[in-house]
Design a protein around this ligand. Structure first.
Ligand code: 3HC
Ligand code: NAI
Length: 701
């Protein structure tokens, strides 16, 4: 409990006032914090005994910004700009004491202080762009005054936090202080007083703006590059305009325009979608029935079985998280191949400047390859990534049951097999779960954690914690064929194949999705993943996909063979291929399908609505706990544009009534019962509600 209000404390160390924000977990600048800061700094101003002040935060970080949960609600005075203006005009030096991740409004607050000291390793940034916004409390005006408009634009448009060590020489921080931050900040304030340093305000600095004022060419080039990459995202041109104002307009005018742009973006569909994903991503890690206090088990050593495409990437994930890992293969040559691929992947990152050679050596050093299964005896978390064959997986798990130490988590990376059946081959099904990584496993952020019937809560908590340590986005899902992501993807693939048989071409289908915002369409994606993968699976099950399997039989496996649905002329750019067009038209004729023109609206609806419908079934069956979990899966695993908020969020925007009608129409036309609206979707549509409004209290109804 602070002395000003529950979130703000004002204390004194002689003539230095120390104002502390204490609003766990990240000191977000909610209304009470803003009001308390104004009150505290008015007292600082009026107290003749106070000569300088320190602004610090309790807990794990200096403020990480505005309270995002307040966005979309009526604005309550005072705003953050008023807080910053109060501090700036307090008439006494104010030193911000930074640690952790001062982000967004938190960093803007620090830029409004006269001086800044930081603990080593502090990372600052303006991540508003990731919420579809621009910094709205002077960030686009003050940061350019410290580091120049071009560099400020880069930081603002990337949204990524930057270590203060990289920004210190620009005066973003005045000192990096190891040791007790509060004491160091107080000492710094005393030094400012004793040296009679001026009351510098960032808003008054002009020196870093003069180059852009004389010649804005470099800024314009940087701005054009950002806008081009932004593919129509509104927040990016808004950032550009606002940063440009920093050198073209007086501070107050620039700040007023920044606020107007911020308010405009705040009500945009894009920002709403991105804020939804921010919270959904965090909520997805919560298991509704998990008792409070379910603690993750200790993970000191990892194990991976199979050094193929997935196993190698998973071993890298352990090493990237700083966990030593044993990688087991059947034979020395397969092991050598796997380890060589790992080294090559790391070396590529080093050559691109993403990792130091020293760090690469450290990580490679954490991975021990072996053909001796018994080497897994001391592993705490073992992930199996052998071929996708139930018999083999069962043998591996029976063996694991024999050698793994008690309490070790036994995980399978299966993409289709029944995790409960695998768990049943052990005497410890409570320790068995699925960790479904996405390819390339060391790159893709999504991690579906598959909860088996008997998986223990602390085993689940361990998998979630490990996923976070690996910098993944974990989502807990239930057992079913394809889990959440691939189960929905399957419906899209079926429909994509139908569309080309009915009259569209692969390039038309892909264009509808890339225009929607996906990085690539279903056919370019098949070419990337390899057409032969699905072909082999279907052959095993006695199934056939007309076009895909014809292409595979011709050896057109996709990018790896230089052709698939498209041709690849030496690069990765898909080029439409008349030969494929002929194959498709022949197939339509052979199957007696009258080809017709299909517009992009129909293509989009037929690709996306069946997925949403399957999402509704996934919710009904309890395979996903929340619609937001499905959205997170699609944003992080399949390139769903984050500014469209994921399939279930998107469905609510379009309206379930419309989607239900269209599904019924497509089901009647094709005779495919799978397209008929799922009961949950149909009910919500009748009630005029969306998935987000399907609250748990009426789920049972
Ligand atoms: N507002 C409200 N809640 C926030 C929040 C914020 N700015 N930042 C984090 N939280 C909440 C999370 O939702 C989570 O809640 P939960 O425990 O109930 O799920 C909790 O704080 C902890 O967050 P994380 O799980 O993300 O904790 P990490 O330690 O992994 O990460 C972080 C900490 C790096 C600070 C990360 O939370 C983050 O990036 N936060 C968002 C920062 C941000 O976007 N700031 C800009 C806001 S917009 C703004 O400031 C506008 C201004 O320009 C006017
Ligand atoms: P892969 O064929 O590239 O690698 C499998 C490796 O396991 C091979 O190197 C093989 O020698 C090894 N192996 C086989 N039996 C073994 C045993 N008894 N002990 C130790 N090693 C053994 O296969 P991939 O693609 O890595 O797939 C592995 C698993 O991951 C499968 O279950 C697959 O369904 C799943 N998966 C694959 C994805 C992908 O995109 N490739 C994506 C997500 C999951």
């Amino acid at each position: 409990m602070g002395s000003v209000n529950p979130s703000i404390d004002l204390a004194h160390d002689g003539e230095i006032a120390v104002v502390t924000i204490d609003n766990p977990p990240v000191n977000a600048l909610k209304h009470e914090v803003r009001a308390g800061l104004i009150e505290a700094f008015q007292r600082v101003k009026n107290d003749a005994g106070v000569k300088a002040a320190v602004l610090a935060c309790a807990g794990r970080t200096f403020s990480a910004g505005a309270d995002i949960s307040e966005f979309g609600k009526p604005r309550r005075s005072p705003g953050l700009i008023e807080v910053i203006e109060t501090i700036e005009s307090v008439g006494k030096p104010v030193v911000a004491a930074l640690h952790g991740t001062p982000l967004g409004g938190g960093f803007e607050l620090a830029l409004g202080c006269h001086y800044r000291v930081a603990a080593p390793g502090t990372r600052v940034g303006l991540p508003e762009i990731k919420l579809g916004l621009l910094p709205g409390a002077g960030g686009t005006q003050r940061l350019p005054r410290l580091i120049g408009p071009e560099r400020a634009l880069q930081l603002i448009v990337s949204g990524n936090p930057t270590p203060v060590e990289e920004l210190a020489q620009d005066g973003v921080v005045d000192a990096i202080v190891p040791g007790d931050l509060r004491q160091e900040a107080i000492a710094f304030a005393r030094k400012v007083l004793s040296e009679r340093r001026p009351l510098t305000r960032v808003r008054d600095r002009e020196d870093r703006l003069s180059a852009a004022r004389a010649d804005a060419g470099a800024f314009t080039r940087a701005a054009d590059a950002s806008t081009k990459r932004a593919r129509g995202l509104r927040a990016v041109p808004a950032c550009v305009e606002s940063v440009r104002n920093s050198f073209e307009k007086p501070f107050d005018e620039g700040q007023a325009r920044e606020l107007a742009l911020f308010m405009e973006l705040l009500t945009s569909e894009e920002s709403r979608a991105q804020r939804h994903i921010f919270f959904a991503e965090r909520e997805a890690q919560k298991v509704p029935d998990m008792p409070a206090g379910s603690k993750p088990r200790d993970i000191r050593r990892g194990g991976v079985i199979g050094a193929g495409t997935m196993g190698g990437g998973i071993a890298m994930n352990f090493a990237n998280a700083g966990v030593s890992v044993t990688l087991v293969e059947t034979a020395p040559d397969a092991l050598d191949r796997g380890l060589a691929t790992i080294r090559k992947n790391y070396a590529n990152t080093v050559s691109r400047g993403g990792l130091s050679q020293e760090e690469m050596d450290r990580r490679v050093g954490l991975i021990t390859g072996t053909t001796d299964f018994n080497a897994l005896a001391d592993a705490d978390f073992i992930i199996e990534a052998v071929f996708e064959e139930m018999g083999l997986k069962k043998r591996v798990f029976a063996e694991l049951d024999r050698i793994a130490k008690p309490g070790a988590i036994l995980a399978t990376n299966t993409s289709t097999l029944d995790v409960n059946e695998i768990a049943a081959t052990t005497k410890r099904p409570q320790d068995v779960l699925g960790t479904h990584f996405f390819s390339p496993a060391n790159v893709m952020k999504l991690l579906e954690i598959v909860r088996g019937e008997k998986t223990a809560f602390d085993a689940l908590a361990t998998a979630i914690a490990l996923g976070r340590r690996m910098a993944k986005v974990p989502v807990v899902v239930g057992v079913c064929y394809g889990f959440v992501g691939n189960r929905m993807l399957h419906l899209r693939s079926v429909e994509a194949e139908r569309l080309i048989l009915e009259g569209a071409l692969p390039q038309d289908v892909d264009a509808a999705l890339t225009e929607f915002g996906f990085p690539m369409g279903p056919f370019a994606m098949s070419d990337l993943a390899g057409i032969d993968v699905g072909w082999r699976i279907r052959k095993g099950r006695g199934e056939r996909a007309e076009i895909s399997d014809t292409l595979a039989e011709m050896g057109r496996f996709g990018q790896k063979t230089g052709s698939g649905y498209f041709r690849y002329e030496g690069g990765r750019t898909p080029v439409p291929d008349p030969e494929v067009e002929k194959i498709i038209i022949d197939a339509s004729n052979r199957l007696g399908i009258q080809r017709r023109t299909i517009d992009s609206q129909e293509i989009l609806e037929r690709l996306i609505f069946p997925m949403i419908n399957e999402g509704a079934r996934i919710l009904e069956e309890g395979i996903a706990y929340r619609p937001g979990d499905i959205d997170v899966v699609w944003v992080y695993g399949y390139g769903w544009p984050v500014w469209r908020g994921g399939p279930m969020f998107y469905a609510d925007q379009v309206g379930l009534g419309y989607i239900g009608d269209r599904l019924a129409h497509y089901a009647a036309r094709s005779g495919d019962k799978a397209l008929e609206p799922a009961p949950l979707l149909a009910r919500l549509a009748r009630e005029g509600r969306g998935f987000a409004e399907n609250k748990s209290e009426d789920k049972a109804a």
